[in-house]
Design a protein around this ligand. Sequence first.
Ligand code: AMP
Length: 408
Amino acid sequence: MKVLVLNCGSSSIKYQFIDADKEQWLAKGMVERIGMTGAVLTHKRYDNHDIKIVGEILDHSIAIEYVLGVMLSKNHGVIDFKEDIDAVGHRVVHGGETFSDSVLITDEVIKVLQENIELAPLHNPPNIKGIQAVQRILPNTPQCAVFDTAFHSKMPAKAFLYGIPYDLYKKYKIRRYGFHGASHLFVSKKAAEIMGRNYNELKIITAHLGNGCSMAAIKNGLSVDTTMGFTPLEGLLMGTRSGDIDPSVILYIMGKEGLTLHEAGTLLNKHSGLTGISGESSDMREIISAVKDDHKRARFAFDVFNYRIKKYLGAYSAAMGGLDAFVFTGGIGENSPEVRSEVCSDLKFLGIEIDEEKNRNGELIISSADSKVCLLRIPTNEELVIALDTKQIVEKLQKDKSIVNLKV
Ligand code: AMP
């Protein structure tokens, strides 16, 4: 089965066309600057042939038409007909409390996603736009939604409740949800596979460190806690997001600087984190380079970033009553030996010992022979999780339909 995986953001769409049976991508790319001047489509085929198209792309529907156009084209394409796309899988950020698993998209599902817009005002609207665009362009192709929140939906109440009046949780669904679910699921399962151990008997901590960062405590195959909360703002220090903060600080700044709710949100989401502390950049490569040049604030940013990961590593080891594996993933986790080394330093008492040479060489297993905890560096593949979930749902649908037809 061939699945088109779409990740629709407010002004961009990332896509991958995947042969879900062979677990291989056939084409991938991105449309950026949707609705702005100079929109760009970059497209790459499995044989590394790539192209870049610049044009006017007014909305998500036109962007998806462009993607299909390039996938169908003689010179750059990978399919002969639109119908060669067997299914479409969407990354959907917020499933709220309704969805604890991936689902086939129906009008009822779209209605629930619309009801959840308040929970994810930046993310769910473009996800819905993408789904509706595909409904128009490929009306007979089944679509599935794979939620960032789903993997964390079985967290116990002690991990997901905030210390606010319970009525507010019931009334507004204010609780911790967690995000990056597909990534945490993928790399934790891969870790068990690499270790040759049963996934359902392991205590694993995963650290997805990219522009957005989160960690998850995964015990016996279930996410029992994670650092992101009601929104992706909680937890670790990120590129431009503050992560954990005393809520009083926000009230204090709003009072002092006369900020509106929207401005306070922008401050915490766009001007904080590595950018805010360093005053230089949200990009870890630039932070590390500035640290090497003795840039004091870049050093602060680097230290806060690593220290917070280390704190959660300790907290989640305690929460699970032990630790078998710790996994680094995401742009920073996969590519920065400096961060991995800092985070794992001085943790022998927890059974964590890094092998610096393996770490520098970027090997899959980077722990020393004496380390009780297996340390791993695993490239994430959220798109593959989405493609495989979509395949499973659509195959079940096809099977159910054929049973109904037999009965008829
Ligand atoms: P992602 O959101 O997963 O694409 O990750 C983006 C982040 O990965 C940015 O902060 C990049 O600076 C960081 N990154 C990518 N390559 C490296 C590298 N070689 N060393 C450190 N950070 C990196």
